[in-house]
Design a protein around this ligand. Structure first.
Ligand code: DAH
Length: 345
């Protein structure tokens, strides 16, 4: 429907009216009760809910344009413009063709929203390197030497060294920033780390060799699992819907103990079952857990004195859920037909 509206912008803009007859034809074709705009507003009722906002905005712009055209044609004719002469080209008051300004990328929209929510809970924003050593990406995070994530099929290696922990690679997750942060800062630490990560995966609708993650870390005296749960519960309600519930499922990550996957109740079907939640009523949004004491020791923090929680989630995944996007590749292709749908979002 957006394509159709776009074509009509050009059409309405290029109409020339040189007589009252033309004017009436223009009115009947576009604006009358049987006109094209009316048909479009009928069709609009069938547009999917998640597209309504983008399509509605464009449709209203088109309606305004057609009405403005009608008004300026009428005025031009009333001012006694020569009926045989197309005076349109001289009317400097005519509206110009719509000029689309750039839009904020949907991944950036999600990133901004997440940062905003956690900033209100006192989380700072930290950066870390994308080209990383094995130490920060794996070893310091308590990955056993033979952990499958270290194998070539997952990790892009930049340089192999004599000692495994010195290997240089493209980070496979944002968890690498955890240890870097704890090395330099003493608790309390309450930070978000956001950025691009890389994995050697075949590109498809559900996987890509590059994507983005958000990592959270909170280390202080007496940080408990309840703090983790409360923080993520608050986040889920702010990010998705105030009635959102969360569910924690036991899981395993080398750098947390205990570990949990975080699911949220499906905010599309409210638990009754839909495609997004694969009819389970729940969708997974993050991995999390209490920072493993070995990771604290590797970062120079005494696990007898301090505890912490951490979590990590994919920005693409959250964005796909938020806007009902079904293909991951769209985020990286810069197709303006996709990006324009986020105008004003
Ligand atoms: N690094 C994990 C991944 O890429 C995600 C993750 C899980 C991050 C648990 C964490 C965590 O900080 O506690 O799959």
């Amino acid at each position: 429907m957006l394509d159709k509206i776009q074509a009509l912008f050009d059409e309405v803009n290029s109409v020339a009216v040189s007589s009252k007859d033309d004017l009436e034809k223009f009115r009947i074709k576009y604006i009358s009760r049987k006109g094209i705009l009316n048909d479009l507003f009928e069709e609009f009722k069938t547009v999917a809910n998640d597209q309504k906002r983008a399509v509605g905005q464009e449709l209203n712009k088109l309606k305004n344009l057609a009405e403005l055209q009608l008004k300026s044609f009428t005025e031009a004719l009333e001012q006694g413009a020569d009926e045989s002469n197309n005076s349109r080209g001289l009317d400097l008051t005519l509206p110009v063709a719509p000029n689309f300004a750039g839009t904020i990328h949907p991944l950036t929209l999600t990133r901004q929203r997440v940062l905003e929510i956690f900033a209100r809970m006192g989380f700072s924003h930290e950066d870390g390197p994308e080209v990383e050593t094995d130490w920060y990406n794996f070893t310091a995070l308590n990955f056993p030497e033979d952990h499958p994530a270290r194998e070539m099929q997952d990790t892009f290696f930049v340089e192999k060294k004599d000692v495994q922990k010195d290997d240089v690679l493209l980070r496979t997750h944002t968890s690498n920033v955890q240890v870097r942060l704890m090395e330099h800062k003493k608790p309390p630490i309450r930070s978000l780390m956001i950025g691009r990560v890389y994995r050697n995966e075949a590109i498809s609708a559900r996987a890509h060799c590059q994507f983005h993650q958000i990592e959270g870390l909170y280390v202080d005296k007496k940080v408990s699992f309840k703090d983790l749960k409360d923080t993520l519960y608050h986040f889920a309600k702010e990010m998705f819907d105030k009635d959102t519930k969360i569910r924690l499922r036991p899981s395993y990550f080398p750098f947390t103990e205990p570990s949990a996957e975080i699911d949220i109740s499906c905010f599309i079907c409210k638990g009754s079952g839909c495609n997004i939640c694969k009819h389970s009523g729940w969708v997974e949004i993050a991995g999390s857990g209490m920072v493993d004491p070995n990771v604290l020791i590797n970062s120079g923090i005494d696990p007898e004195e301090y505890t912490g929680f951490a979590f990590g989630m994919g920005i693409e995944r959250i964005t796909m859920l938020r806007y009902g996007i079904k293909d991951l590749r769209l985020f990286f292709e810069n197709d303006v037909r996709f990006l324009r749908q986020f105008e004003g979002a």
